[in-house]
Each structure stands twice: as C-alpha cells, then as structure tokens.
Design a protein around this ligand. Structure first.
Ligand code: M6R
Length: 625
C-alpha cells in the first residue's frame, strides 16, 4: 500500500527518491509522484498514474535538480488511480506539498469547510484535505502572531508554523504518516505520524525518511522510528523530534539504531519467470534452514516469554497469516493441550473480548505493518500480558511494539500472495507446539517421531515441485472453471482455506474454503457440473469422513480434484483428478499439502493471463484498516 519518502541533504534528491520508490514497489501501488524544490524557489510536482518506470519516463532527461524532495507510491483508497489523485498534494497556492499514508475518516466534513473558506480541490483524496487544512492553520497562526508582534522573527515564524501544523493535526480523525515540504522553507522537511509508521535514516550527507527501512536502506545506515503524534523537523545536518506531550518546541533525545542483526536480505534478483514462482520454490530451503537447529534448545526463540507456560494462547492475524494461526491452534492443542483461540485481528480490536489471566498473545504477520494486526496488538497490550510476534520483517512496527519476536528468516517475500511465509509460520507454530509439549511432558514419544518427520518435509516439498509440469497440466484443464470449493478437515481445514485464498487472489476465480464436514450444512447446494471441489484427502483421523463427503459430491454431478497419496485406489475411484504428495505425520501433512495448491493457483492464474505477482486491487503491505 501507500509508501512515503523524503530526502534532504547534499546529494541530488530525485535519484534517491526514485530508488526508494522502487524499493517500495513490492507493497503494491497504482500511481507515483515526487516533489522537489526548483531553482526559482517553487515546488516542482511530477506525478502520474502507473509505475515508477512511467514516472522515470516522464522525467526523461530533465532530472529535477534539488537537494530536498518527497516521494510517494499510492494505493487508491479515496478516488481512482489518476494523476490528479496521485501524491504529492499541494496546499494553499502551492505553498506546501505533502505525501500521506493512511486514511482520514472525517475528510468529508473538513473538505466542505475548506471549500466554504475558498479552497479549491483538484483531487478526490482525503490527503489533499490535509494539505489545505495545514496551510490554512499556518496562515491563521502567522496572521495572529504578526498582528501581535509586527514583523515575525525567524524563530517566531517557525513556532507559529509548528503550532499551525499541530492545530491542523488535532482536527484529523484517522491514521496518517505525513512528510511535508514548504515552498519558503528550503532548510527542512516536517514529518509526523499517527498509526502509520515513519522511519528516519541518516545518510553520509543528510537524512532520508521512509515508510519502512527497505525504502531508505540503500543509503541510510542508522535508523530511528517516529512515535505516534511526534513531529520531526528534519534538516540535512540535524533531526529534531518535538516532544508530543509538550506543546512548545522542546525536543526529545533520539536513539539511532544500526541495521538490525536479523536483517532481511533485499535481494532483488529473480531467476524464475515470476517472483511468486520463485518464492514457492524457495520453500524447501527456507524450511531446511529453520529445521537445521530444531534439536537445539529452541535458541532462536524468546524463551523468557515462552518458558512460563501460558494458560491460554490467543492468536491474532489476517489473511494467510490467520490461516497459519488456525493451523497453529490445531497443532498446539494436539501436542501441548494448551487451549488456543484464533481470531481475525480486525474483529478482535472492535469487540469486547473478556480478559483472561495467563494469556499469551501471538500475533502473526509477514510484513509486520498490517494495520489491523497492529491495532489488535495495541488493544491487547492494555491488558499488560505478554505479546510475541511471528514476523518476517526486522524493524517493522509489529516487532518494535511486541515484547519479543520470532523471525521467519525467509528473506524478502515480494509476491503479493503469501507463500513461503505461510509454510514458515506453520513450521514455527509446530515448533512452539513441540516446545510446550516437552515442557508439559506430554506425548514425548510422539514428539521425537514428529521431529524425525519434520526433517523429511523439505525433500517432500521438493518432490512436489519436481512434479510441477503435471500440476500445470491439471491447472490448465480448469482454465474456464467458474467456481471452486476447497474442502479439508482437521489439520487440513486451514489448508483448504489457504488454498481457496491463493486461487481467488491470483486467478480471480470465485473459490471458497470449507471444513469438509460443513458441506452438507449449506455449501452442497452449490455443487453441480460447473463446480470443482478441491479436496484434501491425505491419510489421517478424518480421511474416511472426507471420502464420504466426496461420494456425496460425486453423486450430485460435481467434479473433484483431490490431493492425496500415491496408491490410494479409493481416492482414484471417486476423484476426477488426483495430485499426489507423500505421506508424513498427519500433524505436519499440511506443510506438504499446501504446495500443490500454491502451484495450482499460480498456473491457473497464469493461464488466464493474470498478473500473478501483482494481483489487481491487492497490496503486499496492508497499512490501512
Ligand atoms: O503481512 P501480513 O502477514 O500481516 O498480511 C496479512 C494479509 O494481508 C496477507 O496474508 C494476505 O492475505 C496475502 N495477500 C495472502 O496471500
């Protein structure tokens, strides 16, 4: 989703901003823009619908010359992806330019008021409202001050500008990260945030600001995070963060941090036709890496938060991470007997969930920037109970705000569809289940068998990947399908949900995931010869039950594609197509079973001409509610 950049220093701003915008591309966006200071002291705004390459083409050989600038990649929330709606937006008569990430909930009423004050709007965005509002408040403050004291001294001017910005911010309801540049102030940028992150970085010759570390780590080497409601004044040789509790100009001390030790490698190279395909193929390696120290004392885990056996675990997450959490519930409860609740983060934050003593919160988020998950974490933290994040991105807001983090360490996941982060989440949750199983001294003999089986998973995944041509052929036979039902039971219920999510987000075909036992309670009405049921039917406690469900589908004319194990003659008889996987312990089978579903969704989407790495309407990092 939207990404923000700012630079002030002695280098040319434009190339740094363009490079930063490229680094933010993975989040998903539909328009881009930059603003720089021109020679004649005006703000120069260049923006366009489309990609960073479109902006680069627009700039051509006329690189704006400026030592300061702001940049933005926009994922449309208010108004379509047009040039006018792209950022930066200007306030007043091009007196200031700003970039915004977040959503302003009361933008309509503010716009009406500003229009009545004579402001003219060029865009349909909530962000342009902020630009005019800030301009208006600054003008009011400056007028007041100069009426009182005549010609304003530099410090008074600065003070009334800050007061004006603060007054404008007080009127905003919602979330924002803003970087602002003023036409008449070529010495500094202002940055402020509330519910949407901003990182400030020092470079050799100045400062960069970005929505995340990756956006600025091409040049910055020390980083600090702006806290909600703080205002930063960023000059080429200094950063001043004004205390949020103090209405004046008192600043707080800044703690600069070097790059995290868990640094996420930002390897931009793609050796496959698509990043999603590459990331699917990386899974044997990411899991092998994770399993290499499984017999150790879980040394990569924040043991101080996990050793104290929780009475109950609450898992909060969204999308694919939520599905991983659901798998976590099955395996943690089965192995350790600790009760686990899993909930969509977006639901948890706005309902009355009763306080329960001894709860450990596990949040799961690949990006660590998902607004719903962060909101739920903040809500939960008021209970003063421990919070542990499972996350892929070091230095992300989730990792900063949680008591401890277990890192996925799978490298950058670039494709919008989560793939390698899902299996890594499931593997970490399995390890947590084992850790608590050992601590409670339950199922110990089963545990050592499980660990043995765990080691076989990377090879089993490789074997599925080796069979990708046949999965591709199967996918092609369903190119014109209109509707899919994914069913699974027990440990594979989350796999069914995740398989359906992968198919719908990549191929745009309607796909629903169900617990197989639920079919007869409604979804069975959907079954006809146009409906394809994808069934997870590998051996396990509920295998027979799933097979009966498939018989019910078959006799109603439904088509069946099953994921099963080789030599399963019964499955062969009932299903129209079977994709084979190898058998592993039922508890771990979902880590293997999801791979053919990822490949199936990928190839089906490709056959339908979809943009698999960047599915329409979606973003990698969902930073708005
Ligand atoms: O970064 P997160 O794991 O918090 O993201 C949560 C979801 O937005 C994400 O998993 C989304 O559902 C994926 N596009 C699914 O492939």
């Amino acid at each position: 989703m939207c990404g923000i950049l700012g630079y002030i220093g002695s280098q040319q701003a434009t190339p740094l901003l363009l490079e930063g915008l490229r680094r933010l591309e993975y989040r998903g966006y539909d328009s881009v823009g930059i603003s720089t200071m021109s020679d004649n002291g005006n703000l120069n705004v260049l923006k366009t619908a489309g990609r960073v390459d479109t902006l680069t083409d627009l700039i051509g050989n006329h690189l704006p010359i400026s030592n300061m600038g702001i940049g933005h990649s926009r994922w449309a929330t208010h108004g379509p992806a047009t040039r006018d709606n792209a950022h930066p937006h200007v306030g007043g008569n091009c007196d200031l330019a700003l970039v915004h990430n977040g959503v302003i909930e009361n933008h309509d009423e503010l716009r009406t008021r500003l229009e009545s004050l004579g402001f003219y709007f060029k865009s349909g965005t909530d962000s342009e409202v902020i630009a005019h509002l800030i301009h208006w408040h600054i003008t009011q403050r400056t007028k007041l001050q100069s009426n009182a004291c005549g010609e304003l001294q530099e410090q008074d001017e600065f003070r009334s500008r800050i007061q004006g910005v603060r007054r404008a911010l007080k009127e905003l309801r919602g979330s924002y990260a803003l970087v602002i540049m003023f036409r008449d102030q070529p010495d500094y940028l202002l940055a402020v945030c509330n519910g949407s992150p901003l990182i400030i970085g020092t470079t050799d010759d100045g400062h960069l600001i970005g929505s995340d570390k990756h956006a600025i780590s091409h040049s910055a080497h020390q980083f600090t995070r702006l806290e909600d409601q703080e205002l930063a004044v960023i000059r080429s040789d200094s950063v001043q963060i004004l205390q949020k509790t103090n209405p004046g100009l008192a600043s707080r001390e800044i703690l600069w941090k070097e790059e995290d030790t868990h640094s996420l490698s930002f390897d931009d190279s793609c050796t496959y036709s698509h990043r999603t395909l590459q990331e699917i193929h990386e899974q044997p390696l990411t899991l092998k890496h994770m399993l290499s120290n499984i017999e150790d004392d879980f040394h990569s885990f924040p043991i101080e938060f996990l050793n104290n056996l929780p009475k109950r675990i609450l898992i909060l997450a969204c999308g694919t991470s939520y599905h991983a959490g659901l798998f976590g519930k099955y395996i943690i409860e089965a192995i350790s007997g600790i009760p686990v609740e899993v909930e969509y983060a977006s639901e948890f934050r706005y309902r009355e969930s009763p306080y329960q003593e001894g709860t450990l919160l596990l949040t799961i988020s690949q990006s660590g920037e998902t607004a719903d998950t962060l909101g739920a974490l903040r809500e939960f933290k008021q209970r003063k109970q421990p919070t542990v994040a499972i996350c892929n991105v070091p230095g992300s807001t989730l990792t900063e705000e949680s008591d401890a983090t277990i890192f996925l360490n799978v490298g950058l996941e670039n494709g919008v569809a989560a793939t390698k982060s899902y299996t890594a989440d499931c593997a970490i949750l399995s390890r947590l289940a084992m850790l608590w199983g050992y601590q409670k001294d339950v199922n110990v003999s089963r545990l050592s068998l499980l660990i043995n089986d765990f080691h076989t998973i990377p090879q089993m995944i490789s074997n599925v990947l080796d069979a990708k041509e046949s999965i591709k052929n199967v996918a092609h036979t369903y190119e014109d399908a209109k509707r899919f039902l994914f069913i699974g039971r027990g440990f594979d219920y989350p796999t069914a949900l995740e398989g359906a999510l992968k198919l719908k987000e990549l191929s745009y075909i309607s796909a629903e995931g169900y617990a197989a036992g639920e079919l007869k309670h409604g979804p069975l009405a959907l079954v006809d010869d146009q409906t394809i049921t994808v069934a997870l039917a590998t051996p396990g406690r509920t295998y027979e039950k799933v097979l009966s469900n498939l018989e019910e589908i078959r006799c109603r004319g439904g088509q069946i594609l099953a994921i099963g194990v080789e030599d399963d003659q019964r499955l062969k008889r009932v299903a129209n197509n079977v994709i084979y996987v190898q058998k592993v312990d039922e508890f771990l089978q979902p880590l293997v079973n999801i791979i053919p579903l990822q490949l199936f969704a990928f190839y089906l989407a490709l056959a339908r001409g979809c943009d698999v790495d960047r599915p329409r309407n979606l973003a990698k990092s969902v930073t708005v509610e």
